[in-house]
Design a protein around this ligand. Structure first.
Ligand code: SF4
Ligand code: SF4
Length: 382
């Protein structure tokens, strides 16, 4: 059964597995109808629409028809269809015209999330905030054409600036275990380059970690793109040197703080079905810890990945969740109210730890869990 997650503080609940739109491009209505039937049948309720392709919008509008209101559209501002091709734009006139056409073609009068597209540097974010595009998004929100403002990015610094500004409610971000090791770069292509991985890499890039934790603290929901690293992570030729399964990649993304949905760019029913398997997969199939720990050039030593591989705890402590809350509070220097509430709702607390050490034996990353439980008890008082 599909699980729904809160999309940050928007009040929207999205399916953990969502649809990307790239697989729908240049396909006919039968393909669109069949893929949607499979998705709807499994409880998928959200879709990213980065592409400004008018044919795609018309097909999606027709196929969803009366069910449109059950479905969450994450559509993008700042993309235009020109000479039969996608183009990113920061020209306000083009942005306004393209968004109007999109609503018409989708046969709807609103989108649930209006994403400001591809903000991959601080300079672009500054430009968006100052050249009228952000104001246009706010105007659309005031008019009800956009329910919530979002932004898509591959760059942690730009994304963090946007999140901290309080202007965005949803962030679409590229999340997978290989990108997570790399420092933010304004050139997304370097995230795919082999040379970027030709050195020993250790632990999560601090800027990415700060981004995820800040989103969680500020109630900004993350929707995920490139969960398979463009397919690379599913092969032994991946930068990690070892193939992961779709289910493991999805679980990795869904165990980052603030992540609400993983948007799968399926090109076939088979690819979508492989992602949908996540919902019925057991803990062993989801467990990515061992494969991550065996990556030849990378190490997450001492760093909790929130993977849950250390379970079960005889005192029923959910070590991954307790550690996540602890890290969130520690990063902020105090316990945020929402984190305190969530912590209080846990049936077993860090203070229940009897230091038996069973979890530490199982953790493939050598995390000092007993120490963390002590620190979490001191932080939360229980
Ligand atoms: S302590 Fe280790 S095994 Fe447990 S959730 Fe963290 S990284 Fe995974
Ligand atoms: S050391 Fe603490 S957290 Fe770990 S398994 Fe034992 S009781 Fe649970």
């Amino acid at each position: 059964m599909m699980h729904l997650r809160a999309l940050g503080n928007t009040g929207i609940r999205v399916s953990e597995i969502g649809l990307g739109c790239e697989g729908f491009l240049e396909k006919d209505e039968t393909f669109t109808r069949n893929l949607f039937a499979l998705a709807l049948d499994h409880g998928v309720n959200c879709m990213d629409l980065y592409s400004p392709d008018p044919d795609l919008h018309r097909r999606v509008g027709r196929v969803l028809g009366a069910r449109r209101k059950e479905f969450v559209y994450q559509a993008h501002l700042c993309t235009v269809w020109q000479d039969g091709q996608y183009k990113a734009t920061r020209n306000l006139k083009e942005v306004v015209a393209s968004f109007g056409r999109m609503l018409e073609n989708l046969d709807t009068d609103y989108v649930d999330v209006g994403m400001i597209h591809y903000v991959d540097s601080l300079a672009v974010w500054k430009n968006i905030a100052e050249n009228g595009i952000l104001d246009y998004a706010k105007k659309c929100k005031a008019e009800g054409k956009i329910r919530h403002i979002g932004m898509s990015s591959h760059n942690p610094e730009a994304a963090l600036a946007a999140v901290k500004s309080g202007a965005i409610e949803v962030l679409m971000f590229s999340v997978n275990p290989c990108y997570d090791l790399l420092p933010g770069d304004e050139d997304v292509n370097k995230l795919f380059e082999e040379t970027s991985y030709n050195r020993p890499l250790f632990n999560l890039d601090p800027a990415r970690e700060e981004l995820y934790e800040t989103c969680q603290r500020m109630g900004v929901g993350i929707t995920v793109m490139k969960v398979y690293g463009g397919g690379d992570l599913l092969t032994d030729n991946s930068p990690a040197g070892k193939a992961m399964t779709p289910v493991q990649c999805i679980h990795y993304a869904l165990t980052r703080p603030a992540v609400s949905s993983v948007m799968i760019g399926a090109h076939s029913a088979k690819e979508l079905a492989a992602a949908l398997e996540y919902e019925d997969a057991d803990e062993a199939a989801r467990d990515y810890a061992s494969v991550l720990a065996s990556f030849p050039k990378m190490s997450w030593k001492g760093h909790c990945m929130y993977c849950g591989h250390c379970a079960p705890c005889p005192k029923h402590i959910d070590v991954a969740t307790v550690t996540k809350f602890y890290n969130l509070a520690r990063a902020q220097g105090k316990v945020p109210e929402t984190v305190r509430e969530h912590y209080a709702a846990l049936s077993a607390k860090a203070g229940d730890c009897i230091a038996c050490g069973a979890c530490e034996k199982r953790c493939p990353f050598g995390v000092k869990i007993v120490e963390n439980m002590r620190a979490a008890k001191a932080m939360f008082g229980a």
